[in-house]
Structures are given as C-alpha cells and as structure tokens.
Design a binder for this molecule. Structure first.
Ligand SMILES: [Mg+2]
Length: 276
C-alpha cells in the first residue's frame, strides 16, 4: 500500500480523552514517521464544543507537535464544506453555542455572526444555557428555508459546569426538536457523515485512492470512511473482539472496494509496517 494522505482521529488514537492529559506514547513517533516519509495528514475529530484551538493547545502542552490548521472538527466542516461553498461572503449566520464554535468561526473573516436578518444559515452547537428565544429564532429562520447545520449530534453528554457533574441535553436533542417542528432535516457535519471526509480530502488536495483514515471507532471513523470510499485502519489498542454483526456489516461495506486494516498500536516499528 502506498498511501500519501492520512486522516487521523484524535481521541483514542493520539490522546486518551480530550479532557485528559494522556497522550499515547506512540503518537508523536507516528507523526514524525509520517513527516519523515513526506506523508501529509489532517486530524479529524467529532469534538465540537471545544474549539480547534483548545484541542491544539491540549495536544501541544502534552508534547504533540501539530499545526492548528490541520485540525478539522464539525464547525470547520460547516464552514468549509457548507457555508463557503454555498454562499457569497459576507456570510451571515445565526449560531447557538456556548463559545467553542464561535472561536473557530472567528478565524474566518468571510463569516459574520448575526442576531438579525438577513441570515443565510442556522448553526446549532451544544449550549448549556440555551434559551427559548434562541430556539424560537432558529425555528423561524428554518421555516424561512434557511439551512440548519448541526455541529455534532449527540443527544446528551456527561459534563461538568459550575462545579457540578451532570448529564446535559446536547445539540442533537435540540436538532430533533427543530427537525420535528419544521419538517426540515438538518445537515450533520460530524463523522460518519461523508461531508467531513470530503472536507478533509479537499483540505489535503488529495485523491481518495491515495488517502486512508485511521481511527478507533468502528461506528464513526471506520464505517464513515469506508462508506465514503476510503481505505481505513482500525486502531484497536485494547484488543477488543468485534462481534459478528459488526464484522458482517463491515464486510458488506468493504465488499470489493475499500480495504480495512487492524493494528494494535501506532508504533511504526511493529504493526504499521505491515501496511506501509
Ligand atoms: Mg476516537
């Protein structure tokens, strides 16, 4: 296999969890190995509530040498894959967010956040202080045929706020409410949706056949990449056994087209050499 371009998941592949400080030891070796061999990569994450800059700082503080612009999250996909492709600047958006998404949007001068019409699109992210006024304004914009772009899609998440750890309703739940009430389907910009893989391949200026996805989630990274027509590497650090149903569905997707590999670590001296 001669792949030139790599899409790399972050949580579970490079770092244990984005709120933790546990970067996997083999991660930096692997990124160095890619650079030495002139391979290009982007990092693909579904973490949207925290900005790309937060993730960049987190990885950097823990010793991973990466570029801020190499991180692609659902907000970046909404911007590059939907907004910049479909609207002329200045693009005016209404956004529901508690901050992280706004940090990302602020990096793009063609996009303006507005609370008055004209508005081109509604962006919906996690916001634990969401109000009726915001939801109802989004509802009215969607009724006027403005697209609903969902930055993520989880129904709920466990998180800490004001020192209390609780389950919080997330953007996916509010997206369902808006979809049901308007009859309009939202555009989801996270893995396993094709749009995130397409945005990543375009960011690398790559051809699909020269690109491979590396991830630890069958449901999002692997199935998403295979369905989009990419080969994929499943990083199985815990040596989990895949159940029959999963194997069957993976076989159906890969049938005759994309290839799937499995490795137990990113150490370039071991498993990976089988693939390179
Ligand atoms: Mg992961």
């Amino acid at each position: 296999m001669q792949k030139k371009f790599f899409l790399i998941d972050i949580e579970g592949v490079l770092i244990d969890h984005i709120e933790s400080n546990r970067v996997f030891q083999d991660a930096q070796h692997f990124l160095d190995f890619l650079r030495r061999n002139k391979r290009k990569f982007v990092l693909l994450t579904n973490t949207a509530r925290k900005s790309t800059n937060f993730i960049f700082q987190k990885l950097r503080v823990n010793g991973l040498d990466i570029d801020l612009n190499s991180i692609i999250n659902p907000t970046i996909v909404a911007i590059k894959g939907v907004l910049l492709k479909n609207f002329r600047p200045p693009i005016r958006i209404f956004i529901i967010s508690e901050g992280g998404h706004i940090e990302d949007i602020a990096r793009f001068t063609d996009i303006i956040i507005s609370y008055n019409e004209p508005i081109d699109a509604v962006l919906l992210g996690a916001d634990r202080e969401i109000t009726y006024a915001k939801l109802n304004y989004a509802f009215n914009l969607i009724l006027k045929k403005k697209p609903l772009i969902v930055l993520g899609g989880d129904m709920y998440a466990r998180a800490k706020m004001y020192d209390k750890e609780l389950f919080f309703l997330a953007e996916g739940a509010f997206a369902k409410l808006l979809e049901l009430s308007t009859g309009v389907k939202g555009i989801y910009t996270r893995k396993p949706e094709s749009i995130i893989f397409e945005t990543a391949v375009e960011a690398l200026n790559a051809a699909k056949e020269h690109t491979i996805m590396i991830g630890d989630s069958i449901k999002t990274d692997i199935i998403g990449a295979l369905k989009f027509g990419l080969d994929a590497i499943f990083v199985n650090r815990q040596g989990k056994k895949l159940d029959r149903k999963t194997i069957k569905s993976l076989k159906e997707i890969t049938n005759g087209s994309s290839k799937l590999f499995m490795i137990s670590s990113l150490d370039p001296r071991t498993d990976l050499m089988r693939i390179f």
